[in-house]
Design a protein around this ligand. Structure first.
Ligand code: PMP
Length: 448
């Protein structure tokens, strides 16, 4: 019996013992082609020698020097790299390192609070986020997330966060409404909410530039974030971009927000930042935030023991150096186009495929009971977990998720292949994904 407190206490899991390219291998020699990077984490596959060697070199040199007394070379170099790649407008930003995406969200919220206190606006305490959304599992991050099911058991422990609708074109764009009209209508929900709460009470707005786990790789309609930036500027509200899942090249640029032509005041990153070689997350504060703090207390009011850990930052620096030296973002864009076209060709006409959406190497297929009405499958059918089990049986790792319990979204299957994927592997992923989805839908008798 396993003594690990797994998510599922009853079903034993295969024991992973190794990796080869974009494939994981279990103790029985079974191979699993990784089409999702676990949860959009493993962007360089599972045996990258460049990253491994960098980690070994750093272990031999320096592991830990407490940030109360020291900085270190890899942490500094990584921060320089992240600031140099940040969207225009970020300026001379600064980076803090943490261990997970949830921690990064907590730190971002506290930083926003500190900014407003240093700016002599103590009444700014309210956070506005979107629903559906996911921003992490610790109490602060869970409060920010707009996911009724995950929040419900812990509701009495959560701080008050207001939510506006996430722009979800497939279900929310009205008949006859142009993309520009839809975009403006959805972004203006933020201004309505700020005015309802009183701008003097609002600290920050949190949103993923491209939605990940909660909805399935949903880019924003064109112009949405430009309007969000205007609204935040007009009302003195900080914009926190959660790039934990969509950042670090996943959508074809280091920061997904770069493609929207704006910058965030505070940005969180994780997953692709470490590519799974070591746990690391980061928060990037733009120059306007840093300047305010530098002019006042001159101190960050936050701290964790393992911040700026030399081994985790060295591993992450190697990941980004490898991406840069091998021009992998160009591969993300090219393979992303291939993935889009192949998914469309294979699944678009299927009667239970409602929507295929995404950007870069970050794509999802939303499944519905009836295309005409967009009616989702009942959650009780457990379609998403069934697809995941079938995929594992077939030697494929997918990241399916159930739709919202209130029927406002359908089950979806998320794909996030490695940035190193060759064209033939993308074809293989689409072939296997198509087979698994069709098989599980067939078993449901959903095909008419
Ligand atoms: N934000 C987003 C957008 C995420 O996708 C996740 C993880 N799925 C998190 C935050 C939380 O990250 P972690 O699981 O590393 O705490």
């Amino acid at each position: 019996m396993s003594h690990i407190l797994h998510r599922d206490l009853t079903t034993p899991l295969p024991v992973a013992v190794g990796g080869q390219g974009n494939t994981l291998i279990d103790e029985n020699g079974n191979r699993f082609l990784d089409a999702c990077g676990g949860a959009a984490v493993s962007c360089l596959g599972h045996d990258n020698a460049f990253v491994r060697e960098a980690l070994k070199r750093q272990i031999d040199r320096l592991a830990f020097a407490h940030t109360g007394s020291f900085t270190n070379e890899p942490a500094e170099q990584l921060a320089d790299f992240l600031v140099s790649k940040a969207p225009a407008g970020t300026g001379e930003g600064r980076v803090m390192y943490l261990g997970s995406g949830s921690e990064a969200m907590e730190a971002a919220l506290k930083l926003a609070r500190q900014y407003h206190l240093e700016n002599d606006e103590p009444s700014r305490t309210q956070v506005i986020a979107r629903a559906p959304s996911y921003h992490g599992n610790t109490l602060g991050a869970l409060a920010v997330g707009g996911h009724a099911g995950r929040r419900a058991p812990f509701a009495p422990l959560l701080m008050d966060v207001q939510h506006i609708d996430t722009p979800y074109a497939y279900r929310m764009q009205k008949e006859g409404e142009t993309e520009a009209q839809f975009s403006l209508r959805m972004a203006n929900l933020l201004e309505d909410k700020i005015l309802e709460l009183g701008p003097q009470n609002v600290a920050a707005f949190v949103a993923e530039p491209v939605v990940g786990a909660s909805l399935g790789t949903q880019p924003a309609p064109k112009g949405y974030f430009k309007r969000i930036r205007e609204i935040c500027n007009a009302h003195g509200v900080l914009y926190i971009a959660d790039e934990v899942m969509c950042g670090m090249g996943r959508t074809g640029t280091y920061f997904a927000l770069e493609q929207e032509g704006i910058h965030a005041d505070i940005t969180t990153m994780a997953k692709g930042l470490g590519a799974g070689y070591q746990p690391i997350a980061a928060v990037l504060a733009a120059q306007n935030v840093i300047d305010k703090i530098a002019m006042n207390s001159g101190r960050l009011w936050n701290g964790h023991t393992y911040m700026s850990h030399a081994i985790t930052t060295a591993g992450s620096l190697a990941v980004l150096t490898y991406i840069e030296q091998n021009k992998l973002l160009a591969n993300v864009r090219a393979r992303g186009e291939q993935l889009e076209l192949s998914l469309m060709a294979r699944l678009e006409d299927h009667p239970n495929v409602g929507n295929i959406r995404g950007r870069g190497l970050f794509w999802s297929v939303e499944l519905v009971k009836k295309r005409a009405t967009k009616e989702p499958f009942a959650a009780s059918l457990g379609l998403a977990p069934k697809i995941q089990r079938s995929a594992m049986d077939a030697g494929l790792m997918l990241y399916p998720a159930q739709g919202c319990a209130d029927g406002t979204s359908g089950d979806h299957v998320l794909l996030a292949p490695s940035y190193t994927s060759p064209p033939e592997e993308i074809d293989e992923i689409v072939r296997m994904t198509g087979d698994v989805i069709e098989m599980e839908l067939g078993k449901l008798g959903a095909l008419t």
